[in-house]
Design a protein around this ligand. Structure first.
Ligand code: PBG
Length: 327
């Protein structure tokens, strides 16, 4: 008897054969590059836990956006670091807020780039929470869901009025997609899509981002509004709600520890799915690569391909520009 009959290795014999049966193709088209913008001119502040990523003043953000466009990256997502913070995050939605300024400058100077904005209060509040905080008797606190919706809707509108092509609410309040959708529609922006951070987990992988955005909570944590990591059915309910309220793209965040969620969301809804390859995922690879422990290029392309294979159509990643160079 001659066996084995089926020899999968036959089709792995050389690169051309492997190319012919390759199921997943990572492309620059899949990527969104996050940028952090802050007041000033000529500012490029290093972020120690995210080597290669900077807090940029608007003029520098324009240069970075142009780099992304030149490399064929289709979109950027903007995060703002305001000149001042207060309890209600007013610098996040006041006229001429930092993100609005960046949008205008980038739209003016870089054509053919989709400008997405992160819509959340945590970068703008002095307490660092993603919504309006109420002190409870006995020393506790809670984040007031419905009082927050109004502010998020204002913020989204301020970005779109400045020229944002898409908004991405990341706060995890209940009902925020509906609130943002209604506010955009009422002002004649029914054509602007919403990318909802639909299944966003309370994750330790956001640590470096909070250095970058200067947004760590000053007390407590985000577990009363972001999802509990062991849950998966609940992610589907969150996604279903966001779709019902008008989300056009649904996001799972973080990516690597939640590949099963990406898979289930894609299978269940067939909507465009985005995955956020977050700051901690980036920082781990940067740190290991700096020590010479891993081959950075290979490991990054394998990671991004895995996220796509799980079901993501879009990947937000701090590696977007480097990956675009490698692809
Ligand atoms: C804002 C927001 C966060 C991230 C994206 N939007 C931080 C948080 O929820 O604490 C994290 C992104 C990253 O870690 O790269 N709420």
């Amino acid at each position: 008897m001659r066996y084995p009959i089926y020899r999968p290795r036959r089709l792995r014999a050389n690169e051309n054969l492997r190319r012919m049966i390759r199921e997943t193709r990572l492309s620059t088209d899949d990527l969104i590059m996050p940028l952090f913008v802050r007041p000033g001119r000529g500012v490029r502040n290093k972020i120690s836990s995210m080597p290669g990523i900077f807090q940029l003043s608007v003029d520098e953000a324009v240069k970075e956006a142009r780099k992304a466009a030149d490399l064929g990256v289709p979109a950027i997502i903007l995060f703002g670091i305001p000149e001042a913070k207060d309890a209600r995050g007013t610098h996040g939605y006041k006229k001429d807020n930092i993100v609005a300024k960046a949008i205008r400058a980038i739209r003016d100077k870089v054509e053919d780039l989709v400008i997405v904005t992160d819509v959340c209060l945590c970068e703008y509040t002095d307490h660092g929470h993603c919504g309006v905080v109420r002190k409870e008797r006995g020393g506790g606190f809670s984040v007031d869901n419905d009082a927050t919706l109004e502010l998020l809707a204002k913020m989204a509108l301020s970005h779109v009025q400045a020229g944002a092509h898409m908004v991405a609410p990341s706060d995890m309040m209940d009902g925020r997609i509906g609130a943002v959708r209604a506010s955009l529609d009422d002002s004649g922006f029914e054509h602007i899509p919403i990318m909802a951070y639909a299944a966003k987990y309370a994750s330790a992988f956001y640590g470096p981002f909070r250095d970058a955005a200067e947004s760590p909570p000053q007390f407590g944590d985000r577990r009363s509004y972001q999802m509990d990591p062991p849950n998966s059915d609940e992610a589907l309910r969150e996604v279903a709600l966001d779709i019902e309220e008008g989300a056009d793209i649904v996001m799972v965040k973080p990516a690597l520890p939640y590949l099963d969620i990406i898979y289930r969301v894609k299978q269940e809804f067939g909507y465009p799915v985005a995955a956020y390859n977050v700051s901690g995922e980036y920082a781990m690879i940067k740190a290991a690569a700096a020590k010479g422990w891993v081959d950075e290029q290979k490991i990054v392309l394998e990671m991004l391909t895995g996220i796509k294979r799980a079901g993501a159509d879009i990947i937000l990643t701090y590696y977007a520009l480097e990956a675009a160079r490698w692809l």
